[in-house]
Design a protein around this ligand. Structure first.
Ligand code: ARG
Length: 448
């Protein structure tokens, strides 16, 4: 039987408590730092509107900064009979400061507290994901440049179709990440609006200065309407999860290509031995388990927005406890995606490509269009050239010319990797991560 922030004179049944708290103590550990930062902004604002004295603000600020250091040192715990991180931090303040600790919750509810914690968490983790994406992007572009002269077959319907190249193949995934980053940035903008001050979801009769907490927490803007601020719970997570899913879809497809191209039947690429796994029975096996698990992990991340949709879809406006469950798969997904990106980055850097693929005559027919185009360039109408090459193939007279001359933007001979790099860098710069770094440093008294 535990004591609760909200407990008055009825005691809570232990089974009910276990059921309702669920995995919140574990999940809220992801939010602890951000809970403290949100509280630092909230008390600064409370003092400015006369709800705390300057001395109380000083005492609370010192203690909260100390709790932040405890979290950083990995020593923070949510005690077994404490419901969540919000209760734990308030309890610690009250133990240290008595009544002053109890004043922190004026004009606030755990509903807007968890909202702001989640948004601060998302902003931080989106930045971490972005850095991992940037590293993989750079590796893919390097590989694209390194192997830009090496041709490979391009497929449609998994049938040999046209000449392609490793420059195109690696570069395609780099460009896919540019679009994924654009989507992630849109999600970042949604997460970058301050819900604090919406309290239980309907605002407060205290004259809260919401512009001040918005500024103090480095948010780009606020969720103005208190009811909408609460409606953002679950919606913001879903939007961010969709953006994570977009990255996961890119990486999952790359992983599948890599498994396929690594198989003996293709033999296009070789994965580094130390990144393959053996078989307990077949002595020759070097299996691409890393890419296989990557594919499955990427699929799990893509399931996340659907799970969040199902949890939140049929809720009316206003807070519901259902929302708590969104945390369980959402919060750990960032670490999972960062692990994936880091591992794939290492693998891609080590991939060796087979430079002799096209010596195999089974790929000769992919040069058929090149031959048609050569005849067209010499003056023959396209349909006649198409027919002639078709008949040559039928009669066994087709001799492929294996050099290709593709010059347009984004083709084998003109990859435009410098433009991809420029698009990526521009997107990266537009996030504006410094706003939160500076704000957090100021709240923690750590700015130089
Ligand atoms: N653990 C809760 C959650 O994540 C915190 C908010 C509690 N609010 C409430 N009205 N019970 O939703």
């Amino acid at each position: 039987m535990a004591s609760k922030l909200w407990e008055k004179n009825i005691t809570v049944n232990t089974d009910v408590e276990v059921y309702t708290v669920g995995r919140d103590r574990e999940m809220d550990m992801y939010l602890a730092r951000f809970d403290v930062l949100g509280s630092l902004a909230h008390i600064t604002m409370l003092e400015s509107v006369g709800l705390l004295t300057a001395d109380e603000l000083k005492a609370l600020t010192d203690e909260l900064r100390d709790i932040y250091s405890v979290i950083e040192r990995g020593e923070f715990v949510i005690e077994p009979d404490v419901e969540d991180v919000h209760s734990q931090v308030e309890l610690m303040l009250t133990r240290r400061l008595g009544d002053t600790g109890k004043k922190i919750h004026s004009g606030r509810s755990r509903n807007d507290q968890v909202l702001v914690d989640l948004k601060l968490f998302m902003r931080q983790r989106i930045e971490d994901v972005t850095r991992a994406v940037a590293s993989l992007f750079a590796t893919l572009l390097d590989q694209s440049e390194r192997y830009k002269e090496v041709l490979m077959p391009g497929y449609t319907h998994l049938q040999v179709a046209m000449p392609s190249s490793f420059g195109l193949w690696f570069g395609a995934y780099a460009e896919s990440l540019v679009d994924d980053l654009t989507v992630l940035q849109a999600a970042y903008r949604v997460a970058d609006r301050n819900p604090l001050g919406s309290a239980a979801g309907y605002g407060s009769s205290f004259p809260l200065d919401r512009s001040m907490t918005t500024r103090l927490l480095g948010f780009g803007s606020m969720n103005y309407n208190a009811v909408y601020a609460q409606m953002g719970r679950g919606k913001t997570e879903r939007i961010v999860a969709q953006a994570l899913g977009s990255i996961a879809a890119t990486v999952g497809k790359l992983a599948y290509d890599a498994c396929l191209f690594n198989s003996q039947n293709f033999g296009f690429i070789k994965l580094p031995d130390q990144y393959t796994t053996g078989s307990s029975i077949m002595p020759h096996k070097k299996n691409p388990d890393v890419f296989e698990l990557t594919r499955a992990k990427c699929n799990k991340i893509q399931a996340l927005p659907y799970e969040i949709t199902l949890i939140t879809n049929n809720l009316p406006s206003g807070y519901f406890r259902d929302l708590q469950l969104v945390k369980e798969n959402f919060l750990p997904a960032f670490d999972s995606l960062i692990d994936i990106l880091t591992m794939v980055d290492r693998m891609v850097a080590e991939i060796k490509v087979n430079r002799d693929i096209l010596d195999d005559p089974r790929y000769d027919l992919m040069f058929s269009v090149e031959e048609v185009n050569r005849l067209v360039a010499g003056g023959m109408p396209f349909r006649d050239a198409y027919k002639k090459v078709g008949l040559d193939i039928e009669n066994g007279n087709f001799v492929p010319c294996k050099s290709v001359h593709h010059t347009h933007e984004g083709s084998i001979g003109n990859l435009c990797n410098d433009r991809l790099r420029a698009m990526f860098d521009k997107t990266l710069d537009a996030f504006g991560f410094d706003a939160c770094h500076n704000a957090f440093a100021a709240l923690l008294g750590r700015n130089d």
